[in-house]
Ligand binder design. Structure first.
Ligand code: UGA
Length: 436
C-alpha cells in the first residue's frame, strides 16, 4: 500500500519505518529541511533501539522516502498518518494547532480519496475537528479515523511490529477495511484489531496512560507508607502482583513517572474533564503525588547530611526518564538536580545516552563523566535516578574505594537489601528498610 506519514518525530518515524518493513511504500513529510536531508542520507534523528537497522534496510530498498512537500505527500499516500506534536498548553490541555493547521492544508491539497489518520495523542473530539477542518476546502471524498499508538520508548519498534492490540476509531466501512488491511501483517499472532467510534478510540489512549500512571502512583504511595511502618514494598509488590487481576507489571515504585507521555496525558485528561464540568479527582491526586515523588529522595539526603548540603559533591547515575532512551522530558533526575543545585551541591553525572540533552540544559552547572565509576571520585554520595542495566551489578568495592563518603540513595530500588548489608555501605531506597 502507499502510505504517507506527516511529522517525523518519535511516533511518525517509528510508524513510517515499521510500515515500510512489511512492504508498504512510505513517504514521510516534515517541514524541517535539515532533518529531511539527513534522513534521506540514512541518518536516524532519534535514539531508539533497532530503529537504525530497519531504517537503513527500507531506505536502501526504496520503500522509505522523505520530503518537505506536503503536496507530494498527499499525492503519494492513500492513507495519510498525522503524527504531529500536541504540546501541553499553558493550562495543561493539548495544543491542537499543528494538527488542525495541517488538516486545513489537506482539504486544499487532496485530489482523490484519502483516509486521514490521527496518530498523535489527541483529546476526545479531535477527529471531528479534523474532519471539519478538511471539509471546509475538500473537493473529494475522505475519511478521518483515530488510531492511537501504544508505543513505549525504548521498545517502540517491538511494540509496533508485535502490538498487543490495534485500536481504530472509525465510522466509515471503507476506511476501516483499508486500516485492517494495513495492520493485518502485524497481528498474525491473533492479537485483536479493535474497531470502535472515534471518540472512544481517542479516550482509550488517555484512559490507558492515565490508568498506568495511577497504578505506578498507587504503588509509590504504598512504598511511602511502607517506610513509615517498616514494611517492604518489594514483598508487598510481589504479594499483590501475583493476583492476575492486578498483574505484576507497572508496580515498580520509584521516584515517579516521567517522560513525554504520562505527565502530559494525565494532565490533559484532567483538563478535558474540567471542560465538561467533570472533576477527575483520582487524576488530580495522581498528578500531585507524582510531583512530590520525583523529589522523594531529598528528605532522606538532607536528613543524612544534617540539612547541610552546601559544597557537598554528589554523583548521579542515570538522567533519562527511564532506561533505553535519551529522553529527559519530565525526568525525575532534573527535579533532583534543580533542588541539589539550590542547596549548593556539586554534581557529577553519568548516563549512557542522555548526557548531551542534559548538557544543553545545564551548561556549566554540573559536570559529566565518561563512565559510571568516573562520577564517584571523592564524592560524598551516589544518587541513582534511572535503572539502566549497567547500574544493576556494580563493583561495590570499587564504589567504596572511589567515593569519599559511603552512602547510596537509590530512586529505583536496584539492589537487593541482603546483598547491600554485606557491603558496609549506607543505602536508602524507596519503600524499603534503610541500611545505615
Ligand atoms: C508510555 C506508555 O507505556 C505507552 O503505552 C504509550 O504509548 C506511551 O507512553 C505514549 O503515550 O506515547 P513511555 O512514556 O515510553 O510509554 O514509558 P513507560 O515505559 O510506560 O514508562 C513511563 C514512566 O513510568 C517512566 O518514568 C517509568 O520510569 C515509570 N514507571 C514505569 C515506574 O515508575 N514504575 C513502573 O513500574 C513502570
Amino acid at each position: 500500500m502507499k502510505i504517507t506519514v506527516v511529522g517525523t518525530g518519535y511516533v511518525g518515524l517509528v510508524t513510517g519505518t515499521c510500515l515500510s518493513e512489511t512492504g508498504n511504500e512510505v513517504l514521510c513529510v516534515d517541514i524541517d529541511m535539515d532533518k529531511v536531508k539527513k534522513m534521506q542520507q540514512g541518518e536516524v534523528p532519534i535514539y531508539e533501539p533497532h530503529l537504525d537497522v530497519l531504517f537503513e534496510r527500507n531506505i536502501n530498498a526504496g520503500r522509505l522516502t522523505f520530503t518537505t512537500s506536503l503536496q507530494e505527500g498527499l499525492d503519494h499516500g492513500e492513507i495519510i498518518f498525522l503524527a504531529l506534536p500536541t504540546p501541553e498548553d499553558e493550562d495543561g490541555s493539548a495544543d491542537l494547532s499543528y494538527v488542525l493547521g495541517v488538516a486545513n492544508q489537506i482539504g486544499k491539497l487532496i485530489k482523490d480519496y484519502k483516509v486521514v489518520v490521527d496518530k498523535s495523542t489527541v483529546p476526545v473530539g479531535t477527529a471531528e475537528k479534523v474532519q471539519a477542518a478538511i471539509s471546509k476546502n475538500a473537493t473529494c471524498d475522505f475519511d478521518v479515523v483515530s488510531n492511537p499508538e501504544f508505543l513505549r520508548e525504548g521498545f517502540a519498534v517491538d511494540d509496533f511490529l508485535k502490538p498487543e492490540r490495534i485500536v481504530i476509531g472509525s465510522s466509515s466501512e471503507r476506511a476501516t477495511e483499508l486500516m485492517k488491511k494495513l495492520y493485518k501483517p502485524f497481528v498474525r499472532s491473533g492479537n485483536p484489531i479493535i474497531i470502535m467510534d472515534e471518540k472512544s478510540a481517542e479516550l482509550t489512549k488517555y484512559a490507558a496512560n492515565s490508568f498506568l500512571a495511577a497504578k505506578i502512583t498507587f504503588m509509590n504511595e504504598i512504598a511511602n507508607y511502607c517506610e513509615k511502618v517498616g514494611a517492604d514494598v518489594d514483598k508487598v509488590r510481589i504479594g499483590m502482583g501475583t493476583d492476575s487481576r492486578i498483574g505484576k507489571r507497572f508496580l515498580f515504585p520509584g521516584i515517579g513517572y516521567g517522560g513525554s507521555c504520562f505527565p502530559k496525558d494525565v494532565k490533559a485528561l484532567y483538563n478535558s474533564g474540567k471542560e465538561v464540568s467533570y472533576n477527575f479527582q483520582i487524576l488530580d491526586s495522581v498528578i500531585k503525588v507524582n510531583q512530590n515523588q520525583k523529589i522523594a529522595l531529598l528528605p532522606k539526603i538532607k536528613e543524612y547530611f544534617n540539612n547541610n548540603l552546601n559544597d557537598k559533591s554528589f554523583a548521579i547515575w542515570g538522567l533519562a526518564f527511564k532506561p533505553e532512551t535519551d529522553d529527559i522530558r519530565e525526568a525525575p533526575s532534573l527535579y533532583i538536580i534543580n533542588e541539589l543545585l539550590k542547596e549548593g551541591v556539586n554534581i557529577k553525572a553519568f548516563d549512557p545516552e542522555a548526557m548531551n540533552n542534559v548538557k544543553k540544559k545545564y551548561d556549566g552547572q554540573i559536570d559529566f563523566a565518561n563512565s559510571m565509576y568516573e562520577t564517584l571520585k571523592e564524592v560524598d554520595a551516589l544518587i541513582i535516578c534511572t535503572e539502566w542495566s549497567i547500574f544493576r551489578t556494580p563493583n561495590f568495592s570499587k564504589i567504596k574505594d572511589l567515593m569519599k563518603g559511603d552512602v547510596i540513595f537509590d530512586g529505583r530500588n536496584l539492589y537487593d537489601l541482603e546483598d547491600l548489608k554485606k557491603e558496609n555501605l549506607s543505602y536508602f531506597s524507596i519503600g524499603r528498610e534503610a541500611i545505615t
